[in-house]
Design a protein around this ligand. Sequence first.
Ligand code: AGP
Length: 611
Amino acid sequence: MCGILGAVIHDGDNDLKSILLPGLRAVEYRGYDSAGIAVMNGDGISVSKKAGKLSILEDSLGESPITGSVGLGHTRWATHGAPSDENAHPHWDYQHRIILVHNGIIENYSEIKDELLSKGVTFKSETDTEVAVNLIATYYDGDLPTAVRLAGKRFRGSFSMCVMAADQPRLMVGIRNEVPLLVGHGDNATYLASDITAFLAYTRDVTYLEDGEMAVLTDNGTHYYDLATGHEIEKHVERVEWNIEQAQKGGYDTFMMKEIHEQPNVVRHLLERHLPSANEPVQMPQLDELTKENDFRLVSLLGCGTAFHACKVGKYVLEGLAKIPCRVMYAHEALYHQAPLSSATVTVAVSQSGETADTLGAVKVQKAAGSKIISICNVVGSSLTRLSDQTLYTLAGPEISVASTKAFTCQLTMIYLVALWIAEKFGKEDPAELRRLKEELLAVPDKMSAILQSEKQIEHLARVYRQVRHFYYLGRGISYPVAMEGALKLKEISYVHAEGYAGGEMKHGAIAMIEPGFPSCILAPKSPLLEKMVANMEEILSRNGEVMVITNAPDRFSKYDVHVFPFPDCPQVFSPLLMSLPLQIFAFYSAKLRGRDIDQPRNLAKSVVVE
Ligand code: AGP
């Protein structure tokens, strides 16, 4: 997810730097590993772009105005190519005729790049964006909208772009597919941006582009076209009443709730990237590379916090589906305990930020002991990725809220894809069963959306328990680490003490805490362990404890005096992806009802860069 902004000044020139930089500042939350602007004036187009935060670009530009008639700006969240000056946007085509900024991922960029290379096109960066601008340039003969449209029809994946041509000083073209792009109608300027915050200071009158639409900004007004047919289309102007903060959160009150609701889409995009359909094999080129010369017999999973919980789910998934033995350790524990390693051990380090000091330290120890390193990470070019032999990117986009939600479900999704890839490649599972599992995994995003429709029911449960000061979360098998994750979510944002326990462990001491009113959350997916979870529940009820059940077998609990949240049916192995959502939402409302600072809880940081 990146922040993009374009502006066409209709009556003469203006100090575009004073428009672009504040606009980029407002969308910097969408991506902040590099930034750049391009401004066109009588002397041509000047481009400034820098790796690092926007402030680095601002400092490099100094105080002098940059006057022009049309300009572009971009704040990057890298998906291809590490953060660097070269990889920062805007990007020129190799002949410096077309320049653009892009938000999204062009899935078929490598095949287009091969075609362009065969035509003598040269590239400076590793980005899919530079491929896009060069494809547009191959169609450009002075008609920019047509060139953009012909190229745009060939792109696959998610893309919103603002494009300008060096020989057209008062024209800008925007196209949108899967990621937002909207037109802002100012008094003497027209804007294109990834969200309204980029130009809210100048206008609240916006036109939202839909997927497969193109906008052409000229001094004679803005015209809209269907990307596929080229036919002109009518669009209306809306007036938006949001303030800047609401707009950055997509209309939600918090980044956490925005990110909870992003999960169906980001999980779907991640699945599509590696598993286009159930009829096709899982695509893991990074692992093809690694397993060519290595024959792994043990997977050593490392992480902290939520990432550690993903590792623990991963053990059940990889041992269950891929039949490969796994070892899981907290990174900070592995840092000071050299578990036996051999060249047959592959370390899988899981981290949203890729900057967690404990995880980096443990990876360095394992690497020094000869282990190959695979990371599952959300931040391109982060320290962990630079330590890794291969990185599997979760592509969840920036996760701003301290409480990890979409990163967690994307980490789980990546682990499922790895397990299915291993099972398929090494014949660990019956092909028909594999196909069924792929279909079920591809069906998860829609089921996540269905759960999000029941947000109010979960809010009600948080109200029921708004006075409690303790909470047990109980699960067995693959649900046990989900119980740990649910407890962590509640603790870290509502400050209610919570523990995630293996259900079988209750009788070995933990049940002493149960007394009238003591609440427990029972995770009870359909599975051979369901009756064991019923037994756990009955032990608690018999001591007048309170019980909330998260289950896809609600009828099994209908005769008990318990609160039940039903989630859609799915194979037990994928139930962590669905159970996580009610647990996230329950924690959210528990914190909200207690007046907590949900996005920035006390004592915590988004990335713990110290041991
Ligand atoms: C989870 O909600 C917390 N923010 C925290 O436990 C986090 O998962 C942990 O610090 C690991 O961070 P990482 O994924 O960036 O390595």
